[in-house]
Design a protein around this ligand. Sequence first.
Ligand code: FAQ
Length: 314
Amino acid sequence: MEASMEQKFQEKIDNDIRIEPKDWMPEKYRKTLIRQISQHAHSEIVGMLPEGNWITRAPNLRRKVALLAKVQDEAGHGLYLYSACETLGIERTELIDQLHTGKAKYSSIFNYPTLTWADMGTIGWLVDGAAIMNQVPLCRCSYGPYARAMVRVCKEESFHQRQGYELLLTLSKGTPEQKEMLQESVNRWWWPALMMFGPNDADSPHTAQSMAWKIKRFTNDELRQRFVDMCVEQAEILGVSLPDPDLKWNEERGHYDFGEINWDEFWNVVRGNGPCNKDRINTRVKAHENGQWVRDAASAYAKKQSEKKSVSVA
Ligand code: FAQ
């Protein structure tokens, strides 16, 4: 019985028919989606922190408004993604608890500090750039609610990427100090941005199955390569160098070769020992606790409204 259900399920996937919440799905498919979508949601929410840190220090009103809007957008992305995840039969409180207790991962990139104003541009260019490269294919993910959530997320991320690039372009035409700040920032963020795509395919335990289920449409290495190819040209326009002596065009492959990623650093950050892991989680937990009264007030209000409605219906 289970085997034939699984066969039909795979046939739907192979024919690009979306899986919806009430459809039968293998337990492992459901678990994989909960894992990926919740990690993605957590990344959006924790991802607000490095940039939120600079809102009060933006150099002018235009930059402040743009940064504020971007950080707000990330909160929105987290909310759509938590909602998509809840359609798989898990409560949001449980997901948040997994984040706060360190059971659930979030993207390694948000465990690095934002030390200068240029980091606001570099995050837009490289971090949002990597996020888009990874997320556009997710608009074609086999699970309907995730795929649909990603359409809006990608549109907003693409705006974020452009605001970051425009910020950097301004710095690139500025004073020698501004140019130096730009280069120093790119030097710090380049390698962590490449790590966002996850381990090399040979060391990625989930890629093969997620590709067969069309949750992922490209492997980690394929997307990382596309990202490198795209960035080289954009770096030239900015007049910055990318901190990799092995980066060079490979005529035969039709791609840029690049150096080996420091995987020890990656796993160290993923396991909780990066420069900001503890700070990020502590800040999240504190924000959650401080927001308890808002959740209580919203539930009390919703309860009152539904009581009023049931009285008027009776
Ligand atoms: N960081 O076998 P794989 C953003 C874990 S959103 C931490 O390759 P998979 C927006 C992985 O979870 C950025 N952990 O796994 C923004 C797994 O551990 P597990 C987030 C990582 O799932 C911009 C283990 O390693 N985007 O930036 C990382 O097939 C600016 C083995 O890995 C998404 O979440 C990592 N970088 O592929 C916000 C997109 N990489 O779960 C604010 C959706 C891997 O077994 C400002 N997610 N791991 O314990 C995906 O596409 C996939 O989940 C991958 C990983 C590609 C991230």
